[in-house]
Write a protein that binds this ligand. Structure first.
Ligand code: DON
Length: 587
């Protein structure tokens, strides 16, 4: 990485904490920073040589064409990867209301000016939430309460996350990066048939329980969908900064929507903070993997899978990709990953999470040693590996960005289920998440996505629910080599693992690596291999797996991996053929 792409005032923002906004105003004056985080032309910067491009072009892999157009505009205006990422995130909040959001949360893995960073803007449990919130008087789980409607909503983190990232690393004015989203909300966008399908399915779930239809009945394939209230909300956030969502009129609208029905209060919003964390990293295959730490389970799981597979090289030798013996070996690796997840993982700010031990080479070699190619599935119960218990849900969306300076952003964010809890903030025009279902709502129970968990992931005030979101980067010689991620709940890490091994163990081109069959297995239900509608497991392969003792089950969800591979100085973006995403090189 060559010359820094942002100047002194930005670095200064990095060290400012939340009440930082007020203090920042004072400091800004001294450093030539304008209200809203924009940097005024400073004489010192004018003397700095312009950054030398490290790559031939910028590139994005994004889940729809509108966000690709947004990225193009941002790069044309001189923005960097973070400006593009933030603009994409706000655009998807308009054009992909099933998953893109301002009422949810997520994770961003960054590589800026030669250094890796991780931003946790995961939703948090409201202060009124307790481990019994979703139980009735008899201690039984109230069906659906953590999935649909007001009580399912966690304190949203997306706006704070975007604000933090853009203030710290962006080059453009905050207003500039919100402008494309505001335009799509005001002028509308043409609805894709797949979005209408998801809307129709979600509307059945929400019928009679939420105000979803009052806002989203107009999502009809081919129609132009306009969101005037959302446009106003985004304009307020653009004008007043990210804290407007937490402290301004938008916060009041959320609190009003929740009052008497949900748990989130204005105080919860005021207290919300995004957290910069140390990303997880590990060496693999000549690359450095940079990925999501807890409260994601995904980074730990991904590293465990990659390393165990490498440790088991002799067992994999001569075994064909996605053959029955291959799936059997991977399933045994996955049993161990999910056993550890279920036992140890939760919010690292609330519970001690043994992350370093779980990705330790010696530990993983020992765990890989437990895998037996000839063992009947389920013959030996798989326990968590460090001594002394997962379901989850499929909507989320991921995008990958590199800029010509060699910076990169891998971002996954979510409302959890399609269209979240189905609750729209009246007057604000945006949906709220159902992230509370990612907690263990009753110890021993499963989430809607089919993963279970233990004490470390029970509901507690302020705690972050365990996630599978795994925005990931690969570095080679401290330069970006891959930017990758996907939605899919607990399928996230197993999908990323498969695409990475397709790319680097099987030397496939990005489009082939994405198009190849994917499967999923996660300890529970035992002996079950999930396959996807995009590439069903049929014929001889299905027969072989059944003969081995596996049950085959079609999952409704396909995954939507967005990746950019960089070889030399050429970025090669590719969007999953399972979705309507776009890979675009931007010069
Ligand atoms: O954080 C998590 O792991 C889940 N809320 C993600 C849900 C998801 O990926 C749904 N995607 N299709």
């Amino acid at each position: 990485m060559s010359v820094p792409t942002h100047g002194a005032p930005r670095a200064l923002f990095a060290s400012l904490s939340s009440s930082r906004i007020a203090r920042a105003a004072v400091l800004c004056a001294a450093f030539g920073v304008l209200a809203g985080g924009a940097v005024a032309p400073a004489p010192a910067l004018a003397k700095t040589a312009p950054p030398k491009p490290a790559l031939d072009a910028s590139a994005v892999a994004v889940p729809d064409r509108y966000s690709a157009d947004t990225a193009q505009q941002i790069f044309a205006a001189g923005g960097n990867a973070v400006d593009a990422a933030v603009a994409i995130a706000f655009t998807l909040a308009v054009t992909r209301p099933d998953a893109g959001n301002i009422g949810g949360g997520g994770f961003m893995t960054l590589f800026m000016d030669g250094k890796p960073y991780f931003l946790d803007y995961r939703e948090r449990a409201p202060q009124q939430a307790t481990r019994d919130t979703y139980l009735d008087d008899k201690g039984n789980l109230v069906p659906g309460m953590s999935v649909v409607g007001h009580r399912a909503v966690g304190v949203p983190g997306t706006v704070e996350g975007m604000w933090e990232a853009q203030q710290r690393f962006g080059k453009l004015k905050w207003k500039q990066v919100l402008a494309p989203a505001i335009r799509y909300a005001t002028d509308g966008f043409e609805v894709d048939p797949s979005l209408q399908q998801r809307r129709d399915a979600a509307a059945k779930n929400f019928a009679g329980k939420t105000n979803f239809d009052a806002y989203f009945s107009g999502l009809k394939a081919g129609a132009t969908f306009r969101q005037p209230e959302l446009a106003q909300t985004l304009s307020r956030i653009a004008g007043d900064g990210g804290r407007e969502f937490y402290e301004g009129r938008t916060a009041d609208q959320i609190a009003r929507q929740m009052y008497g029905h949900g748990l989130v209060t204005k105080q919860d919003l005021i207290q919300y903070k995004a957290v910069w964390r140390q990303p997880l990293s590990a060496d693999w295959n000549g690359y450095r993997v940079i990925t999501a730490p807890p409260p994601s389970s995904g980074g730990i799981g991904l590293i465990q899978m990659l390393k165990m597979k490498a440790d088991l090289k002799p067992a994999f030798d001569g075994i064909e990709l996605n053959s029955a013996p291959y799936i059997h070996l991977i399933a045994q690796i996955e049993d161990r990953v999910f056993a550890d997840r279920q036992r140890y993982l939760g919010d690292p700010d609330a519970e001690k999470v043994p992350a370093a031990k779980l990705i330790d080479d010696a530990y993983l070699a020992q765990r890989a040693g437990e895998v037996k190619p000839d063992e009947v599935p389920g013959a030996t119960p798989v326990k968590a590996g460090l001594g002394d218990a997962l379901p989850e849900k499929a909507q989320t969306t991921h995008f990958s960005v590199v800029d010509k300076w060699g910076n990169a952003v891998s971002n996954t964010y979510t409302l959890n289920g399609d269209f979240g809890a189905g609750v729209v903030v009246d007057g604000g025009g945006f949906l709220l998440n159902d992230a509370m279902d990612d907690f263990v709502t009753k110890p021993g129970s499963e989430s809607a996505g089919g993963v279970s968990g233990a004490e470390a992931n029970t509901v507690a005030p302020g705690r972050r629910p365990l996630s599978s979101m795994t925005p990931t980067l690969l570095l080679k010689d401290n330069k970006v080599a891959l930017v990758i991620g996907t939605p899919g709940g607990s399928r996230i890490l197993t999908s990323i693992f498969q695409v990475m091994t397709n790319l680097y163990d099987f030397n496939m081109a990005p489009t082939d690596a994405l198009a190849a069959m994917r499967f999923h297995h996660q300890l529970l239900p035992q002996k079950t291999i999930y396959f996807e509608p995009f590439h069903p497991v049929t014929g001889e392969l299905a027969e072989q797996l059944k003969a081995m003792g596996y049950t085959l089950e079609e999952q409704s969800f396909n995954g939507d991996v967005q990746l950019i591979r960089v070889e030399g100085t050429a970025p090669e973006p590719a969007a999953d053929p399972r979705g309507v995403g776009v890979g675009r090189v931007i010069r």
